[in-house]
Write a protein that binds this ligand. Structure first.
Ligand SMILES: [Ca+2]
Ligand SMILES: [Ca+2]
Length: 298
């Protein structure tokens, strides 16, 4: 038999447990999916209404807008297009006068699955941490100082599996005072005047791994104020104005034609004889279990 005090304790305890369960369930179910354009007419509208942990899903189609995520917006935000290539694409198109995505003073922002074209910068990241830009096709940027991805005063930034093509200034610009920037498995090509990747000053913990950096008019990879502790491994750096400028690449890098397949809408896939197949970092395996390839996979 329980005493009245014990019974009270049991009731109180089970009550608290129930509350905790409800809170947890509520917490988990709280992350919402904000759909553009079905619910929000614009991407910016969705960002403005987002709460912590939300996903914004942009349906396939062509949209003449980008968006800004500032400190006033939600953190822990996933902005997700239907894809950057193929039959189901979410296109964000500008007029080369402004940046498509501006991420400033934000935490944990993920952007993927977009075709981003005709902007000044594709994705510009300032004073932020834990930002991931992946699986996008960013191209035809010909505004003033156009960069595919621009990063400044930021920490823990990952640029992964993007094709950045036909840019007027720098495909990936790790500008200044960044820490822990990982540029991995991207295809960075056809810069019409300047560079594939440039690191300017005060950056630490940069890793450039498994990228194709080719056919850029300026430098392939350029470190303006010294390489510091940057790791540059398993990249294919080919036929740039100067492949390696003011940096010393580490193991696994080479300069051979990546041999893109030139079929329409398919031009950055690798031919079966490409030297970029299975020659990436041995620390990474592809989905098929083989050694990692170099460049973006899509
Ligand atoms: Ca710029
Ligand atoms: Ca492979």
């Amino acid at each position: 038999m329980f005493t009245i005090a014990q019974q009270m304790q049991r009731i109180l305890f089970s009550g608290l447990t129930s509350c905790l369960v409800v809170l947890l369930l509520f917490g988990f179910s709280f992350a919402r999916n904000l759909m553009v354009p079905q619910v929000f007419i614009s991407l910016q509208e969705a960002v403005n209404h987002a709460l912590d942990g939300d996903t914004i899903t942009v349906a396939p189609g062509v949209y003449f807008e980008g968006c800004s995520v500032f400190s006033s917006s939600a953190n822990n935000l996933y902005i997700k297009g239907a894809g950057g290539f193929g039959n189901s694409v979410s296109v964000l198109q500008g007029n080369c006068n402004s940046d498509c995505f501006i991420i400033a003073k934000s935490h944990n922002i993920e952007i993927s699955g977009f075709e981003i074209r005709k902007w000044k910068d594709g994705v510009a990241i300032y004073h932020s941490d834990t930002v991931s830009v992946h699986d996008n096709y960013i191209h035809n940027l010909h505004g003033y100082h156009s960069e595919g991805v621009f990063i400044e005063y930021s920490t823990e930034v990952t640029v992964k599996n993007n094709v950045i093509d036909n840019v007027g200034y720098i495909n990936v610009y790790i500008c200044q005072q960044n820490q822990n920037v990982l540029v991995i498995n991207n295809t960075l090509v056809n810069n019409t005047a300047y560079h594939g990747i440039q690191s300017r000053c005060g950056n630490q913990g940069i890793r450039i791994i498994n990228n194709i950096i080719a056919f850029n008019q300026g430098n392939g990879v350029h470190f303006i104020e010294g390489q510091g502790d940057a790791v540059i491994e398993y990249n294919c750096c080919y036929n740039n104005g100067i492949d390696w400028k003011d940096c010393i690449p580490g193991k696994g890098n080479f300069s051979l034609d990546p041999k893109f397949r030139l079929k329409e809408n398919n031009m950055f896939h690798l031919s079966i004889t490409s030297s970029c197949i299975d020659t990436g970092s041995p620390d990474i395996l592809d989905d098929d279990g083989s050694n990692s390839d170099i460049g973006a996979n899509f």
